[in-house]
Design a binder for this molecule. Sequence first.
Ligand SMILES: [Zn+2]
Ligand SMILES: [Zn+2]
Length: 287
Amino acid sequence: MFFFGTGAAEMVPNPFCDCPVCERARQSGETPRKRSAMMVDEHCMFDFGPEVAAASQMYGRPLNQLTDVFITHTHEDHFSFSSFDILTMTNTWAGKCLNVWLSPGGLEWVQGYLRAMETICGEKAEFARLLESDAVALREARPYEWGEAGDKRFFAVESNHGLHAQREHALNYLLEMPHGELVLYVCDAGLWPEKNFAALAGARAQTLVMECTFGSQDIGVDWSHLNAAHFAQMVERMEKEGVITPETRVYATHINQVQHFSHAQLQAWFDAHCAHPVTVAQDGMEI
Ligand SMILES: [Zn+2]
Ligand SMILES: [Zn+2]
């Protein structure tokens, strides 16, 4: 597994921002954070934001064997039409199909967006052409049911991160690898509703990758996103319910620049405050 990006929508540093956090990130030599996306293996990714194609080049990880992309939700940092549209200019893709998994609400939003684009512009969007040519297929990931994707199985739960007037809820995915390893990707999340702990109780995932968007920041709400304290709370509860075990490898991702911790400070916070070891992920990190 490989982190293409570990930032939230603003990236770190935010290219437009000259706040102390962004200036420190520029001057300290800290690895910049692109929008969050993770390559599970050559066939499979979590999320497909605006930097995925550039990250593929940067890290020498081509996307030519990709068969399945699990989209958590359609916020632009996680789902970028332009990243997919390169396929309209890829002759060697003939005969291949990229399955794009979305929640029922996310699927509806994409289809509505493409219809609206055609109405407004009088021609189909590039992404609609990809669907017509079967280069890409939209697939519904039904929450709280097992699904199959190539050589893997997955179980999605609805997180506490809503969008499009709450018609879409972000999905967090438990992915079962061919050799049985379970990977839990929790991005974007907020504190989970009770039913998610019940649905995944006893799963004993070996790897957990979870958002820590607001790090040091007290955000005043327990929905939408997690800060470091929420993150620790989620880990503790997941361990109590057997969603993860004391041996589970835990990584923090999707970190923004509104919170003021540097990478090292966030790592130190986890080392001091979280009973379960947590590694703060970085772009380009292999796990
Ligand atoms: Zn996000
Ligand atoms: Zn989001």
